[in-house]
Design a protein around this ligand. Structure first.
Ligand SMILES: [Zn+2]
Length: 169
């Protein structure tokens, strides 16, 4: 980093990887839910791409590296302590795999991709916490975030299930 970049750099709490789906920004839905989970003053950099971690696990190694390079830059610049992955229901980028599956199968596909992504990110950023969430969608609105527990992690006491994080309404 050059001197100017160092002067401009400030810390933020999170780097968030989320889908570019417009419903995340209606009524600041994603921001509001992140504030519910991480506190009202949470600050974050946002990597917004179609399908969120779809780019890490379902596309080419080149796509994966591009996203990791973006993360390298943001982590270096703003030193977050946590990377947050937000997948969402009814994601158009997953159309090919989510067509004709029910909600339970959809949950499993999204959770599996989150857990693979968490492994990739923990390898790349061993000093950072990586958390995964599934955004609940109700047609036109994102109405909640569910935490996805990584039940396979050694020493992780959390059960391999999702737990509802209430949004307050
Ligand atoms: Zn999407």
């Amino acid at each position: 980093m050059g001197t100017l970049t160092k002067q401009l750099a400030r810390a933020c709490d999170l780097t968030v990887i989320a889908c570019s789906d417009f419903r995340h920004s209606i009524d600041a839905a994603l921001l509001t839910r992140l504030q519910t989970v991480f506190g009202p003053h949470v600050t974050y950099d946002l990597i917004s791409v179609p399908g969120a971690c779809h780019r890490l696990v379902r596309q080419s190694p080149v796509h994966r590296e591009i996203m990791l390079a973006d993360l390298d830059m943001l982590v270096d610049l703003h030193q977050p302590e946590t990377i947050v992955i937000v997948q969402h229901e009814e994601c158009g980028r997953y159309q090919d795999v989510l067509t004709s599956v029910d909600r339970i199968q959809e949950q499993r596909i999204l959770s599996d991709d989150i857990q693979v992504s968490e492994q990739i990110l923990r390898q790349r950023f061993p000093n950072l916490t990586v958390l995964g969430f599934i955004a609940r969608m109700d047609g036109q609105h994102l109405y909640d975030l569910d935490k996805v527990w990584n039940g396979g992690a050694v020493g992780n006491p959390e059960p391999p299930a999702t737990t509802r994080v209430r949004s307050g309404h």
